[in-house]
Design a protein around this ligand. Structure first.
Ligand SMILES: Nc1ncnc2c1ncn2[C@@H]1O[C@H](COP(=O)(O)OP(=O)(O)O)[C@@H](O)[C@H]1O
Ligand SMILES: [Mg+2]
Length: 373
């Protein structure tokens, strides 16, 4: 996947930006607060995903601008495609979005066209943060390969919300009966079992890649292992093709813990509480890993995410590396660059000298303007 041209005007501080990226390496240099992350964020938005910084729609538009426009042309292994995005301050809900000239109602409908992998310093939370950081990583990565997975996740959230609301009502003695939960339990079990299978399968695949990547990062000195930890199943391995059976187990678990749920006031077990465990030499990376080891596990996971997209779809994603190289030592920097040398890359940094001699283009980012050279 190659971004051939990108332009933005009025997206945060970006102003009159129009660039033709190199098909491999693109380095964006500039001091702090010049717009480097804004650029990465604008490209990422065109994948149809929410802002990785959690920016709300109304904050997309420059303080002194009336609207924000983004345009991006890219080529995948089939064809040239074009995305245009425009939003006005007077009505941020109504965005004008087109994919290949066809109007699209929501930004999220772009999902699946342009595929990128973004890597920022905050991604360290995948290793050291709470389980929801890891679930988000797995869910996004698996969705990039299987668009329908997004619908299952949304459906589960909805069902869970309904069940939790009813649990609260029953607990407060509003007159609702426990057997009214059954309608939600049946559906939660079915959707939850499906989500468990997709996540478990993705984690097993990810593990194959991270095992070998981590081995290389540490010169064979340390072994990283990664697995999906379910709050419903003791072990999913080898049973992922028995979804009906798994849904029944899920259902029984919900039923057996209904009293605990009523005491807690919400659903205690399910895919919304699951985790992904990474170990280094058998010990939990989150609990016992050094900062350096945690960085390396995330690095391995991100590179693996990119390689899986490339291997399964035949299209390598565009790699967006925001400010991550400066935090890594030279050996790890070289390791990243070697492992993405068959992909188009956008790298931001304060000082391009950290990269040494690379083939590609260098851009200067200053005050929201981006100039080549
Ligand atoms: N809606 C906005 N309108 C104009 N400027 C914005 C907006 N949101 C953020 N900024 C500015 O963008 C700059 C930060 O850009 P950023 O891309 O994070 O910088 P960096 O180059 O350090 O990555 C700050 O100066 C901030 O004030
Ligand atoms: Mg930044």
């Amino acid at each position: 996947m190659i971004i051939n041209s990108f332009s933005a005007d009025g997206y945060k501080n970006l102003s009159d930006v129009s660039i033709a990226p190199h098909e491999k390496m693109n380095i964006f240099c500039g001091d702090n607060a010049q717009g480097k992350t804004n650029l990465i964020e604008a490209v990422w938005l065109m994948t149809g995903c929410r802002s990785f910084r959690g920016t709300r729609d109304r904050d997309f538009i420059g303080f002194d601008k009336d609207k924000a426009d983004i345009r991006l042309d890219f080529t995948d292994s089939f064809r040239d495609q074009q995305i245009a995005f425009s939003v006005k301050k007077s009505n941020v809900r109504e965005k004008l979005i087109t994919l290949n000239g066809v109007k699209i109602p929501l930004l999220s409908r772009l999902f699946g066209s342009l595929k990128c992998v973004v890597f920022t310093p905050e991604d360290l939370f995948i290793a050291k943060g709470s389980p929801d950081n890891r679930r988000s990583f797995i869910d996004l990565s698996a969705s990039q390969l299987k668009k329908s997975f997004v619908y299952a996740l949304n459906k589960y959230d909805n069902l869970l919300g309904q069940r939790n609301a009813l649990i609260k009502e029953i607990a407060f003695g509003s007159g609702h009966r426990i057997d009214e939960l059954d309608v939600w339990d049946v559906q939660l079990a079915k959707t939850g079992a499906y989500i468990s299978v997709i996540r478990d399968t993705y984690c097993n695949n990810l593990n194959i890649y991270t095992d070998s990547l981590y081995n290389k990062i540490t010169d064979g000195k340390e072994k990283m292992q990664l697995y999906y930890q379910s709050t419903i199943y003791r072990k999913l391995e080898g049973r992922t093709d028995h979804e009906g059976e798994l849904a029944e187990i899920y259902y029984s678990k919900l039923k057996n813990h209904v009293n605990d749920d009523l005491r807690a006031g919400y659903t205690l077990h399910g895919v919304h509480r699951d985790d992904v465990i990474a170990t280094i030499n058998g010990l939990s990376a989150r609990e016992f890993g050094s900062q350096g080891q945690q960085r390396s596990t995330v690095l391995a996971m991100k590179l693996a995410q990119a390689k899986i997209i490339r291997d399964q779809t035949g299209d390598a994603p565009v790699m967006l590396l925001d400010d991550v190289l400066s935090e890594l030592d030279t050996a790890r920097q070289r390791f990243i660059l070697e492992n993405i040398d068959d992909m188009q890359v956008f790298i931001t940094c304060c000082d391009s000298r950290v990269l040494g001699d690379v083939k590609g283009k260098i851009f200067r980012v200053s005050g929201g303007k981006i100039l080549e050279g």
